[in-house]
Design a protein around this ligand. Structure first.
Ligand SMILES: [Zn+2]
Length: 236
């Protein structure tokens, strides 16, 4: 499955209309394609939000009763068939009006999809560009996880900030960084290393510890996380 197939099928997927094999195919693509994953998350969030908001469009009971009374008076009490036709026609127009209102009003009053995603889950990208900032950053990340265990946290390292993610790296007191990084990784924190930095500083990628992942550019990664995945940015 490619990105185009996914765009074509994602609505059906969100409606649980796809067969199992196609769903699995689609999920496999979501797993490996961050662009489609971001788009899918936005659509799901928007859909959930619409479902929640649209529930509140039912008319209040007294208003409903008053409309029914007035219409019965207008139609004449004895003509039950005409009354039912009226009622059906009115129900259709009320629904159409609600749909129109939803169409016109919701997009303006609701926050955009990025904000929706950000509200449903805390997402933070930490940018480490200096080795002096590492201890503070790791402490910050651990604190955030204490407060919000479900937060999605990505640490992006570039320039001198990549050093602590290299094999055998130790802090000023001689304590190795890797165990701390491992512990955070187990708790869901992603560590990403700028490949441009490695190339510029002539560091072989085999020097990067296995807990960290390479990205082509640290700055591009941070920008992507912010604009496409709704991450908040934390520079240290
Ligand atoms: Zn894709």
């Amino acid at each position: 499955m490619n990105c185009q197939d996914l765009q074509r099928l994602v609505h059906a997927y969100l409606d649980y209309e796809l067969d199992l094999m196609t769903s699995l195919d689609l999920e496999a693509h979501l797993n490996e394609c961050s662009a489609c994953r971001a788009r899918h998350a936005e659509m799901r969030a928007l859909r959930d939000l619409e479902a929640r908001q649209l529930r509140f469009h039912a008319a209040p009971a007294p208003l409903k009763a008053r409309i029914a009374r007035n219409m019965r008076a207008a139609c004449g009490n004895d003509d039950a068939r005409r009354w039912r036709a009226w009622r059906a026609a009115t129900a259709v127009s009320v629904l159409a009006l609600a749909a129109l209102l939803a169409w016109v009003v919701l997009p303006r009053t609701l926050p955009g999809p990025h904000q929706v995603v950000a509200q449903s889950q805390e997402k933070m990208v930490y940018h480490i560009a200096n080795s002096e900032d590492v201890a503070t950053a790791l402490r910050n990340v651990a604190n955030l996880l204490e407060i919000s265990p479900d937060a999605r946290i990505v640490v992006v390292a570039n320039n001198q900030g990549v050093d602590f993610l290299l094999r055998g790296a130790r802090d000023r007191d001689g304590t190795p960084y890797e165990p701390a990084v491992s512990r955070l990784k187990v708790r869901g924190v992603d560590f990403r290393v700028c490949n441009n930095t490695l190339a510029r500083r002539r560091i072989d990628s085999s020097q990067v510890i296995p807990e960290a992942k390479l990205v082509p550019s640290g700055i591009a990664e941070i920008s992507r996380l912010q604009t496409r995945e709704g991450y908040a940015y934390m520079k240290l």
